[in-house]
Design a protein around this ligand. Structure first.
Ligand SMILES: [Zn+2]
Ligand SMILES: [Zn+2]
Ligand SMILES: [Zn+2]
Ligand SMILES: [Zn+2]
Length: 337
């Protein structure tokens, strides 16, 4: 199965010599060991299309470093279409936004849920679907802004802060991790239904887009760290699983739109909740790559990896400095192929 899916104009043999990072590569800051330096930091938060933008002024001391959260709750995973949400918790006063969190009607504010934080307001760009921020509506955190770290501009994050956030973050609801997250490549076990497709339903968080897909045995997971995946998820990466178009049935698609954000592919999204559903490469019109973050956990049988699995990290040159890849022995490609 490995190598079956290529990318447009590519050989299909991903991982060509010179295009890979060594298996020991974990982050762009591997060779840097900056000291944590107290002081004032200004971060720039910006959506992919640059219509929504603001600054966050932080004061860093050795005692107090702004907190980063990773929420694995089912609701945050669906909204971000990612394995987890990455939030930087800041005070409202730290953001130079004022009261208009629509950035002059560019962003949409919608009510949502985080299973750990309760009712929240989700803010995403209506034009490029970047997930900008989440605002808790109840409890002691309701004056906080949870900035989507995927929309924080790399150049504005000092190395010492990035390196700190690589190692220090609060895991919210870690028991709720997606069944496919952390899985590594494995050959199919012939006694475990190696020939059976994995049938799963998925959809966006508002429920207006729902699909059922039959994935080939040899489940292929691509974790992508490119700028679009980071901005549109608001998190560290988006994970894609290929499926033949004929094996996908859209059960509901009233609010589904198809947008082109790059020269070689189109993305399917939910206009209502901003959810990323799938990507279709121009050179591969018969396939859709579904966002794994949209798949329902309950459709994964306990040992689904026994059907065979291939896992690869792609676009690692574009990885954010505050994230570390796991030392999972999986291939790390510089680009998509
Ligand atoms: Zn935008
Ligand atoms: Zn959550
Ligand atoms: Zn939706
Ligand atoms: Zn990507």
């Amino acid at each position: 199965m490995a190598g079956q899916y290529g990318l447009p104009g590519m050989s299909g043999q991903y991982g060509l010599a010179g295009q890979r990072f060594p298996l020991s590569f974990v982050s762009p800051l591997d060779d840097v060991e900056p000291e944590l330096v107290p002081g004032d930091v200004t971060l720039t938060v910006q959506c992919q299309c640059e219509q929504c933008s603001f600054k966050v002024a932080l004061s860093v001391s050795r005692e107090v470093v702004p907190e980063v959260l990773r929420c694995y709750c089912r609701a945050c995973r669906k909204y971000h279409a990612s394995a987890f949400a990455s939030y930087l918790r800041v005070s409202r006063q730290a953001c130079d936004v004022g009261d208009d969190w629509t950035f002059g009607e560019c962003a949409r504010r919608s009510r949502g849920t985080c299973l750990a934080l309760g009712t929240v307001e989700r803010i995403f760009c209506q034009r490029c679907f970047s997930k900008i921020a989440t605002i808790p509506r109840h409890g002691p955190q309701q004056d906080d802004i949870l900035v989507s770290l995927g929309c924080v501009q790399d150049a504005s994050v000092p190395e010492f802060l990035a390196k700190w956030w690589q190692r220090h973050f609060t895991e919210v609801d870690p028991g709720a991790q997606a069944p496919w997250w952390g899985v590594v490549s494995s050959p199919a076990d012939p006694d475990e239904g190696a020939d059976c497709a994995i049938v799963a339903e998925g959809g966006c968080c508002c429920g207006s887009c729902v699909f059922s897909a039959a994935f080939d045995p040899g489940f292929f997971l691509q974790h992508c760290y490119c700028g679009l995946c980071r901005h549109l998820s608001g998190s560290a990466c988006q994970t894609w699983v290929p499926c033949r178009k004929n094996d996908i049935c859209w059960l509901q698609e009233a609010s589904k739109v198809v947008n082109r954000f790059s020269s070689h592919a189109q993305r399917h999204l939910c206009e209502r909740c901003g959810g990323v559903l799938a990507i279709v490469y121009d050179a591969e019109p018969d396939h859709m790559w579904m966002a794994a973050g949209t798949l329902n956990d309950s459709d994964f049988v306990e040992d689904f990896a026994a059907h065979g699995c291939t896992v690869v990290h792609i676009c690692c040159t574009m990885m954010q400095s505050w994230y570390r890849l796991p030392l999972d022995g999986q291939r790390r490609l510089r680009y998509a192929s």
